[in-house]
Design a binder for this molecule. Structure first.
Ligand SMILES: Nc1nc2c(ncn2[C@@H]2O[C@H](COP(=O)(O)OP(=O)(O)O)[C@@H](O)[C@H]2O)c(=O)[nH]1
Ligand SMILES: [Mg+2]
Length: 626
């Protein structure tokens, strides 16, 4: 549901978009109308997603409740969150549960649930082991904090960061705007947490580290100091904060401003405001680029019409220049275009790199696993071993996924770069006859191609199109695979050692080789499925990028053709209608006005969000990270 807050900048952007759509309609450019209409989503339904992650019991759910000053997410010593819970704005409070797709039906389904019964759905106590087979729960609340489009996601964190459950969260990170990583002040960050933070930083642009429960641990400043050292050494880039959800709740009850400052929440709220602010700025820039692109194309048509009308004697020259541009646009669409080659080769490379990386990682785990089996007794510590193996594999899979995302982004940026160079050559033909004053007169403002923020073109589309599908299916793989328990030695061991030494040894060897066999089966299966998942994901991604750019190339060609048609028609009108020339000039003036509005939008800082108020306690302000 869309948020009720509309700032004047967003209003201005919406009006600018409407003007551009109107212009495209006048020139019967349904393709541009469609693109611009689609771009409205950027401002109409802002969703700024922030994942709250961390090991289990660190205070993630409490943090969300304290942010909202409402007991939404179940918290208790024994209640753990079992299902990702999404909290977003809704004028009418409501909650819905999304179920995992049915084996037979193959589609996920949704059910309304009473907010008061949330615990029965999202908590480990109410829904043990996620027996209800929920995929996620969404809660809509009419809180001011959420009104700007902020979506908070409470995650399970069951079974550790590198766990199978957590892969669902990891898969979603490339689409998240920020992550709040929660770890309490009872001890330093573990090696696993530091590793997670580093990898998460590769997947998501902004990581906030909230060290929690500072009310409970008087030595929290020292722990924070140590943690900052660990993070510096690991090269993880995070914003550290120290918070206490308990103090925040007390502060809200007592309306105590000073206590609220002590809770560290004002600093957390302003960090969130910055996330919202950046997201809005990116959305406005992206919207402005769409408008600029459409305006440039329309201007090309209008200018060539006008030029032909005013200088009929030089139409041949103009036509020749436009025909060259047309050929270029045709080539840009062809499979032999440079950007297409980069896309195809780039993705082929990623596919083999990612595959190789995964295999190497898994081989290391396999060697570790076999050594563990050789050194121990699989019959005795199989449960722990199994859990260790799953964690190791899931953790390696996460790093492998980070490699995939990083490489795909790099190829995406290179494709965008080459496409834009070619695009600029079409909109500003420069060679041969094209250097004439005619071409000057039809030249669209080339500053557009140069100025454009690359991220807002190719990358924004890429990020949107990218779903964390890989990891979700991977999770299916990992949970469905049951390592068969080897016939234990427990009974034999109970018989005592004396007299049975050889027999015991023989049985132990047998057990070890069975254990190794089942580990290999597990790993083979994992390799097979994970390999297929990443290949499928990459294929989808590549197709989306190819389709997106092909569409842009077609648009461009259509623009050049319209310009060509316009020039030819204009010259047929022998009367050299001054009225027509005037009308075209008016159109050009309108387009220039839309252009300047869009330029202004892409340059202006986004609106200042009104400070969120929780009770009477204002967000914003300093304090917190001592
Ligand atoms: N003293 C104190 N306890 C907290 C704080 N935040 C969370 N807790 C407690 O820590 C436990 C785990 O909290 P929870 O939010 O469920 O953790 P999660 O598993 O990470 O979501 C609960 O017993 C909370 O009451 C805090 O700021 N101060
Ligand atoms: Mg929780």
């Amino acid at each position: 549901m869309s948020a009720p807050q509309t700032s004047s900048t967003v209003q201005y952007a919406a009006e600018t978009l409407d003007l551009a759509i109107k212009g495209s309609r006048v020139y019967e450019r349904e393709d541009l109308v469609q693109r611009l209409t689609g771009a409205r989503r950027l401002i109409a339904e802002p969703a700024v997603t922030v994942y709250v992650v961390g090991e289990f019991k660190q205070g993630k759910s409490s943090l969300i409740n304290a942010l909202l000053t409402a007991p939404i997410c179940p918290v208790d010593d024994d209640i753990a969150t079992a299902v990702p819970t999404e909290i977003r704005f809704a004028a009418q409070p409501n909650a819905t549960a999304t179920y995992q797709p049915d084996e037979s039906a193959g589609r996920s389904w949704i059910e309304q649930i009473p907010i008061s019964e949330l615990g029965a759905y999202v908590s480990e106590a109410g829904n043990p082991g996620n027996a209800r087979r929920l995929r996620s729960v969404t809660v809509g609340l009419d809180r001011q904090l959420l009104a700007g489009g902020l979506v908070l996601v409470d995650t399970p964190g069951v079974g550790g960061l590198g766990s199978v459950h957590n892969t669902v969260t990891v898969g979603a990170l490339p689409e998240a705007h920020a992550v709040i990583f929660v770890s309490d002040a009872s001890q330093e960050l573990t090696a696993e947490e530091v590793k997670f933070l580093r990898t998460a930083g590769e997947l998501c642009p902004r990581i906030i580290f909230a060290m929690s429960k500072i009310d409970l641990y008087p030595q929290w400043r020292r722990i924070l100091e140590l943690n900052l050292g660990h993070l510096r050494r690991s090269g993880a880039s995070v914003e550290p904060l120290a918070i206490s959800s308990t103090l925040r709740v007390h502060a809200a009850q007592a309306q105590d401003e000073q206590l609220n400052d002590e809770s560290g929440f004002p600093a957390l709220l302003s960090a969130l405001q910055r996330v919202l602010h950046d997201a809005e700025r990116l959305a406005l820039q992206s919207l402005a680029n769409h408008v600029l692109s459409a305006v440039s194309q329309l201007e090309g048509t209008v200018r060539s019409k006008k030029a032909a009308l005013e200088h009929p004697e030089r139409v041949a020259e103009l036509t020749a220049a436009l025909e060259t541009a047309n050929e270029r646009a045709e080539r840009l669409k062809a499979q032999s275009a440079r950007w297409q080659q980069i896309l195809v080769d780039g993705f082929a490379d990623i596919s083999s790199d990612v595959d190789f990386d995964l295999r190497s990682r898994v081989r290391v785990v396999l060697a570790e696993a076999e050594k563990t089996i050789d050194d121990g007794d699989p019959g005795k510590n199989w449960d722990e071993f199994e859990q260790w193996l799953r964690q190791r594999i899931a953790s390696e899979a996460m790093d492998n996924y980070a490699l995939l995302v990083r490489s795909a982004r790099e190829v995406g940026a290179r494709v965008a770069e080459h496409f834009e160079i070619a695009e600029a050559a079409i909109t500003t033909p420069t060679d041969g006859a094209a250097a004439s004053e005619f071409v000057q007169s039809i030249e669209v403002d080339s500053s557009f191609a140069g100025e454009r923020k690359r991220m807002a073109g190719g990358m924004a589309g890429f990020q949107k199109g990218y779903m964390g599908v890989l990891m979700i299916t991977m999770m299916g793989t990992l949970t469905s695979l049951v390592i068969p328990l080897p016939i234990g030695l427990a009974a034999g061991a109970l018989m005592g050692r004396a007299g049975f030494k050889d027999e015991r040894k023989r049985q132990l060897e047998k057990c070890r080789s069975q254990a190794k066999m089942s580990v290999r089966r597990f790993i083979d299966e994992f390799n097979l499925k994970a390999g297929k998942d990443s290949r499928d994901g990459l294929r989808r991604l590549q197709r989306d990028m190819r389709d997106g750019y092909t569409q842009r190339a077609e648009e461009l060609q259509r623009s050049v053709n319209e310009a060509l048609k316009g020039a030819q028609e204009a010259v047929r009108k022998v009367e050299s209608d001054t009225k027509e020339a005037q009308r075209l000039q008016t159109d050009l003036d309108s387009l220039r006005m839309v252009r300047s509005r869009a330029t202004q939008l892409s340059e202006s800082p986004a609106r200042q969000q009104p400070e969120p108020r929780a009770g009477v306690i204002a967000g914003g302000g300093g304090g917190g990270a001592g």
